[in-house]
Write a protein that binds this ligand. Structure first.
Ligand SMILES: Nc1ncnc2c1ncn2[C@@H]1O[C@H](COP(=O)(O)OP(=O)(O)OP(=O)(O)O)[C@@H](O)[C@H]1O
Ligand SMILES: [Mg+2]
Length: 452
C-alpha cells in the first residue's frame, strides 16, 4: 500500500500530515501529488471529501519551500481561488496546518469584512494567497496586489469558478497572471459544457479522474421523500424529532427560504440558525463555527455552504428543496460521508421538482430510493400555476456567492418563488445542452409522481 513517503514528499510536510492524523494518501492525493510536484498542470476530479485540498496544497508548499524568494518583500507565488468566503478561510487553515513546519507565509482575503487587516498582511509579504475573486479584484484595482510572480495557480471547485457566475472575474485574474505558470484545477464535478474552457486554460494537463465524475460517495445513504411543498416544513420537524439526527445541514434554494425554515423550526421547538448571502460575514462565520464545533444541531443554508465545506461528524444533509443544478446535489450531499465516514442524505421533492430529481439521477447514474411510508405523502398531481415573471436577482458586489449572472427562470413556482438563489447557473441553460436535460412542463406532465 502506497505511503505519503512514497510520493516524494519532504519530511516537514510528512510530519504535518502525520500530525493531521493522515496515515495513507487518498487516491486523488496518490495520483495528483507526484505530477504536481514535477510542475505539471493538473485536472483533478475526485468525489467530495476525498482530500483534494491536500492534493494541491502539499505540492504547492513543497515546491515553494524548495526555492525561497531572494530577500526583500515576498511576492505572491501561489494563488488559490475559491467560490465562497467560508471555503477560502477553510483552505487557508488547511495550508497553515499542512505547512506548519515550513517557513512560508499564507494569507486569505474575501469580501464582507474590513479590508484593512488583509491589506496589512499583504504588505508584510505573502507566499501563498487564498482568495475569493471579488475581493481579489478589488484589491488588485486598489494596487495592493501584484500577480506577476505567481508560479502556481489553483481553481478549487474549478467548474463553479468557470461557470457564468464567476468566469468574468476569474478571467480578469487570469489575465494578470504570467503566461508561464503551473495551473491546478480540482472539483468533484465537471459538467461537459465547461470542459472546453478548462482545456483551453491548462497546458498538457495530467488528468486525474479517480471515480466517475459527478458520482456520489457510496457511503452516503441517499433517499427521497415525495411531499407537497406546503408539507415540507412539517415533514422536516417530524424527521428532526428523531434524536439520531445528530448534526443536520438543511439546504434551501433561497435566502428567504433558509430564514423561513430556521424560523419555523424554532417555533416547533428545534433551535436552528441560517446562513446565506444576506447575513453579515460575522453571523455567517459564527453560525458555521458553532455548527462545526457541535454546539448547534441544525444549520439551514443556501448553496453558499454546498461546496468544499468540511464539517466533522456531520451526520445528515437534508435537501429541503432540490437544486435545479444537478451538480449542486452532488456537492450538497457531499458535506456528509467525508474521508471514509458514512452519512445520510435526505431530499424532499415536491411535484414541481420532479424534473430536477430526474436530472440528478441522470447525472449521478443512480436511482435515489424513495421513502413512501411517511405522514405527508404527495397529493399534488398537476403542476402549480406559473409564477409571475421574475425580476433580475440583485447583485451583491462584496459577496462572492451572489456574483452571478441571472439564471434561466426556474422551471416551477416552488423553485422560483421567495428570493434569489445562490448556486451556479443551470447546466441546461447552455445552448449546447440537449433539450432533454431541461425540465419542461411537457415532460413533467408525462411523468407520474413516483416514477422520476
Ligand atoms: N490522506 C488522508 N487521510 C485521512 N484524512 C484525510 C486525508 N486527506 C484529507 N483528509 C481529510 O478528509 C476531509 C476532506 O478533505 P477535503 O476537504 O480536502 O476534501 P475534498 O476532496 O476537497 O472535498 P470537496 O469536494 O467536498 O471539496 C478533511 O477533513 C481532511 O482533513
Ligand atoms: Mg475541496
Amino acid at each position: 500500500m502506497i505511503k505519503f513517503s512514497d510520493l516524494g514528499i519532504s519530511s516537514p510536510l510528512l510530519r504535518a500530515l502525520e500530525d493531521a492524523g493522515y496515515t495513507r494518501p487518498s487516491p486523488i492525493q496518490e495520483q495528483a501529488i507526484p505530477p504536481a510536484l514535477r510542475g505539471r498542470d493538473i485536472l483533478g476530479c475526485a468525489q467530495t471529501g476525498t482530500g483534494k485540498t491536500a492534493a494541491f496544497a502539499v505540492p504547492i508548499l513543497q515546491r515553494l519551500s524548495g526555492h525561497p524568494p531572494a530577500g526583500g518583500k515576498r511576492p505572491i507565488r501561489s494563488l488559490i481561488l475559491t467560490p465562497t468566503r467560508e471555503l477560502a478561510l477553510q483552505i487557508y487553515e488547511n495550508f497553515l496546518g499542512y505547512g506548519k513546519y515550513l517557513r512560508l507565509r499564507c494569507a486569505v482575503i474575501f469580501g464582507g469584512v474590513s479590508q484593512n487587516p488583509q491589506v496589512e498582511a499583504l504588505q508584510r509579504g505573502v507566499d501563498i494567497l487564498v482568495a475569493t475573486p471579488g475581493r481579489l479584484n478589488d484589491l488588485i484595482g486598489q494596487g495592493y496586489i501584484g500577480l506577476s510572480a505567481v508560479e502556481i495557480f489553483v481553481l478549487d471547485e474549478a467548474d463553479r469558478m468557470l461557470d457564468m457566475g464567476f468566469v468574468h472575474d476569474v478571467k480578469k485574474v487570469i489575465a494578470r497572471l504570467p503566461a508561464k505558470k503551473q495551473t491546478l484545477f480540482f472539483s468533484a464535478t465537471m459538467p461537459p459544457e465547461i470542459v472546453r474552457l478548462v482545456n483551453s486554460l491548462l497546458v498538457e494537463p495530467v488528468k486525474v479522474t479517480v471515480t466517475p465524475v459527478s458520482s456520489t460517495v457510496d457511503s452516503i445513504d441517499q433517499s427521497v421523500y415525495l411531499v407537497d411543498k406546503a408539507n415540507k416544513r412539517r415533514l422536516l420537524a417530524h424527521l428532526l424529532g428523531d434524536p439520531s439526527l445528530a448534526s443536520v445541514l438543511v439546504f434551501t434554494r433561497t435566502k428567504h427560504g433558509a430564514d423561513r425554515v430556521a424560523r419555523d423550526l424554532g417555533k416547533a421547538g428545534i433551535p436552528a440558525m441560517a446562513i446565506h448571502g444576506d447575513k453579515s460575514q460575522n453571523a455567517r462565520q459564527n453560525a458555521l463555527s458553532r455548527f462545526k464545533e457541535g454546539s448547534l444541531r441544525v444549520l439551514v443554508a443556501t448553496d453558499i455552504a454546498a461546496r468544499g465545506i468540511d464539517i466533522n461528524e456531520l451526520s445528515h444533509v437534508i435537501n429541503f428543496d432540490l437544486p435545479n443544478v444537478p451538480e449542486t446535489y452532488v456537492h450538497r450531499i457531499g458535506r456528509t460521508g467525508r474521508a471514509g465516514a458514512s452519512g445520510t442524505a435526505i431530499s424532499f421533492c415536491d411535484f414541481d421538482e420532479l424534473p430536477y430529481l430526474q436530472d440528478i439521477q441522470k447525472l449521478i447514474k443512480k436511482e435515489i430510493p424513495q421513502v413512501t411510508d411517511h405522514p405527508w405523502p404527495m397529493t399534488q398531481t398537476e403542476p402549480s400555476p406559473k409564477p409571475q415573471p421574475q425580476t433580475r436577482p440583485k447583485r451583491e458586489p462584496s459577496s462572492a456567492p451572489s456574483r452571478q449572472a441571472p439564471r434561466r427562470a426556474a422551471a416551477s413556482p416552488s423553485a422560483g418563488g421567495g428570493g434569489s438563489t445562490e448556486s451556479g447557473p443551470r447546466r441546461a441553460a447552455e445552448p449546447s445542452a440537449p433539450p432533454s436535460s431541461q425540465p419542461s412542463r411537457k415532460r413533467r406532465r408525462k411523468r407520474r409522481p413516483g416514477t422520476a
